[in-house]
Design a protein around this ligand. Structure first.
Ligand code: 5AD
Ligand code: SF4
Length: 481
């Protein structure tokens, strides 16, 4: 396994794999105990996450295994005896950040030779990245990818037993290994993977290449996991998938995402349900109806539009037109007038002109997004768009981007201001970072409100008056706990 890249060859069933990995956790624990004796304390581990909610959830799985085998978690890379970067590669700046920080880890390792360094996640699925790390970052101890994260305990044992760099990257997998330990970041809310991978192949996107084909988890496993979480104090879940609207299509007994939501809604004690991400081309009337009737599904829909020009949407392989997208939004808003809609937008896709960006701006004005994440197009090697010869000059991209951003911010501010003075339910998430006398709560529409703490505890649902809107958040006070 060391120093090479493997294709996957699964010989064990998913259940057997869980048993096997538990055995490796016991073995790894012996090494960690030995290290504890040498250090005279429990060793510290730091899991640093780049990228999306999927990665955040994967990091909770990594930390679950690390704490099970005896590490204590720290947020400080300087203090840690084991640092793992869970990487993202959706845009090139994510890769550059990792390379920059690896230089810093190298300096730490020089001062502390027993420091172990591991890299995993989407960036590691790129061949060129592995070559570069092998050549220029030889102090890294362990590298693995997105498909074999369930093998983490086994890979840790290999790392403890070898001096040379361990690399284990699979090109794909059909395995979904359940029941491994997870260490949640928040006691009261949790992400749940409902599916892995993506089949859409939007022409700019590297995700289908690094996360593989779409695979849905068995609904029974999902429900069981949520029931356990609720018994453990979770009141809000976020169902995670690259394209949740195509959930269940390929299961032996097919089920729709809307049907899954209906079942999740029945779970007693669960208060709030969120999900992401929805692809507009697959969003069904059934889903809108389930959301409308639901008392638990939050009034928020993240519906990436990416672009407003039909020509660009076609080149992006998004499989909807501007008018179809706008009609869908109309349908959703008619069914649920109080819904918050957010989106992702890319500026600077090959061939995009300023006139095309005007089409995107028109969509923003008409939809009135509550928030939009705007990205400058990043060329990802291996995607169809990277081979297109009409890449847009940087100044043109910048001009369109700045113009779009202003409209996005203005419309989001207007949307937020509308709710000032209303009373809404908030889930209390944390003590305010700037002012410890305040708590921060999240509204159903995903906006944040800060309010005096009083006797309120974290994880509680409270009714808050949104006294003042500050553009992208509110300050207020609790009406009813
Ligand atoms: N360049 C810029 N943004 C991208 N995204 C995905 N791929 C790229 C890329 N190559 C954005 C999309 C997606 C979000 C997660 O990241 O907007 O919805
Ligand atoms: Fe990428 Fe498109 Fe799949 Fe989203 S739906 S992960 S943008 S390929």
């Amino acid at each position: 396994m060391s120093g090479h890249t493997t294709a996957q060859c699964a010989s064990t069933s998913d259940e057997q794999e869980t048993v096997l990995q538990n055995k490796y956790m016991k073995e790894a624990e012996v090494y960690v105990n030995k290290l504890s004796r040498q250090l005279g304390r429990r060793p510290l581990c730091c899991v640093t996450t780049f990228g999306c909610q999927m990665n955040a959830r994967d990091s909770e799985k990594l930390l679950g295994i690390l704490t099970r085998i005896g590490y204590v978690s720290t947020e400080s890379e300087e203090e840690a005896d084991f640092v793992i970067y869970n990487t993202c590669t959706v845009r090139d700046n994510a890769n550059q950040r990792v390379y920059g920080r690896l230089g810093f880890l190298n300096s730490l390792k020089r001062k502390k030779p027993h420091l172990k360094i591991a890299l995993c996640g989407c960036m590691m699925q790129e061949h060129s990245v592995i070559e570069k790390i092998r050549r220029s970052y030889r102090f890294v101890d362990l590298i693995f990818g997105t498909h074999n994260i369930f093998k983490f305990a086994q890979l840790l044992v290999a790392m403890f037993e070898n001096q040379e760099m361990i690399i284990d990257i699979w090109q794909e997998t059909d395995q979904i290994v359940e029941d491994l330990p997870v260490s949640r970041k928040y006691p009261y809310k949790s992400g749940i993977n409902i599916m892995f991978g993506c089949n859409n192949f939007c022409s700019y996107c590297i995700v289908p290449y690094v996360r593989g084909r779409e695979r849905s988890r068995d609904p029974k496993e999902i429900i069981r996991e949520i029931e356990h979480l609720v018994a453990d104090g979770v009141v809000e879940v976020m169902l995670l998938g690259q394209n949740v609207n195509s959930y269940g299509k390929n299961l032996e007994e097919p089920i729709t995402f809307a049907q899954l939501l209906r079942e999740v809604e029945q779970i007693e004690g669960l208060q709030r349900i969120r999900f992401m991400t929805s692809h507009p081309k697959d969003l069904s009337d059934e889903l809108i109806e389930v959301m409308r009737q639901s008392t638990k599904i939050c009034r928020h829909l993240h519906l990436p539009v990416q672009a407003g020009s039909d020509r660009i949407l076609k080149a992006m392989n998004r499989r909807y037109t501007k008018d179809q997208y706008l009609a869908l939004v109309d349908k959703i808003k008619t069914a649920m007038p109080d819904i918050a809609i957010t989106t992702d937008i890319i500026v600077g896709f090959p061939g995009e002109t300023l006139a095309d960006v005007e089409e995107t701006i028109d969509v923003v004005r008409r939809v009135q997004y509550d928030n939009a994440f705007t990205f400058i197009y990043s060329k990802r090697t291996g995607t169809p768009a990277a081979a297109m010869d009409n890449q847009v000059p940087e100044e043109v991209v910048r001009e369109g981007f700045d113009k779009l951003l202003k409209v996005v911010q203005d419309t989001a501010r207007e949307r937020a201001a509308r709710l000032q003075g209303q009373v809404m339910e908030a889930l209390v998430e944390e003590v305010n970072e700037q002012d410890a006398s305040l708590l921060t709560g999240r509204l159903s529409n995903n906006m944040l409100v800060h309010f005096p703490a009083g006797n309120i505890r974290i994880g509680q649902l409270v009714q808050v008056s949104l006294d003042t809107c500050h553009g992208f958040y509110y300050t207020g006070h609790v009406i009813e706990a």
